[in-house]
Design a protein around this ligand. Structure first.
Ligand code: GLP
Length: 220
């Protein structure tokens, strides 16, 4: 309905089925992304162009190579940038220049991270460089031949304020491993120790769960 939509997009396993469905609808002519803009949420630091572990590589394989987005309107954080602070600042400017994000789709880490905003006593508001937790590296090992030690120790990520400024947020979580963190995100306090809990203060959030991920909410 809005041909000039600005989308924020996650990687990980959760959105893959959605990307395939969206690509199928573009291929059948039901959806048109030719005027849309996208901003990826996050990226590992220091892996070179063409490496299959880059989030850019996986979302390109699942979505971008199949849809009619204009290349100049597909935005990525460059984790191989020499100056990552400048890269993060450039990304914030690019989001602002596009008019802000209309719909931001999020996955959820089992530790409560959104993007790569890891649990911490305090969270940087804006796009920033972050050190990843061992759990998070293990969770992404599949992209690096199954070896958590091969997963880069750092990443760039949109910040919590960048995320909360999206006009609409859709969080998607599937599987039993997310059930406890989903319950805490929805019912617990807003805390930087569970970054996804900040979504409680956003005025337009939809949370989409399968039965397994919703088990904690169903219990109480
Ligand atoms: C990754 C990414 C997130 C993603 C999350 C969940 O580490 N940084 O953007 O949403 O963890 O991943 P998955 O969907 O594979 O469970």
């Amino acid at each position: 309905r809005n041909s000039r939509l600005v989308l924020g997009l996650p990687t990980g396993r959760t959105p893959v089925a959605f990307y395939h469905e969206l690509a199928a609808r573009v291929e059948s002519g039901e959806a048109d992304l030719s005027q849309a803009t996208t901003f990826n949420l996050d990226e590992f630091v220091g892996i070179p162009a063409g490496h299959p572990g880059r989030f850019r590589s996986s979302i390109t394989a699942h979505l971008f190579r199949r849809v009619n987005l204009a290349a100049e309107r597909i935005h990525f954080l460059d984790g191989a940038a020499a100056d990552t602070d400048a890269e993060c600042a450039r990304y914030e400017r690019a989001i602002a220049a596009a008019g802000g994000i209309d719909i931001l789709i999020l996955g959820l880490g089992t530790n409560g991270h959104i993007g790569f905003n890891e649990p911490a006593p305090a969270l940087p508001a804006r796009t920033h460089r972050v050190t990843l937790e061992p759990d998070t590296r293990a969770g992404n090992a599949e992209l690096f031949g199954g070896d958590p030690a091969a997963v880069p120790p750092e990443a760039l990520s949109m910040g919590i304020a960048t995320i909360l400024q999206a006009r609409q947020v859709i969080l998607v979580a599937t599987g039993q491993a997310k059930a406890t963190v989903v319950e805490r995100l929805v019912r617990g306090p807003v805390t930087p120790e569970l970054p996804g809990s900040f979504l409680q203060v956003h005025p337009d959030v939809e949370i989409m769960l399968d039965t397994a991920a919703a088990a904690g909410l169903a219990r109480s």
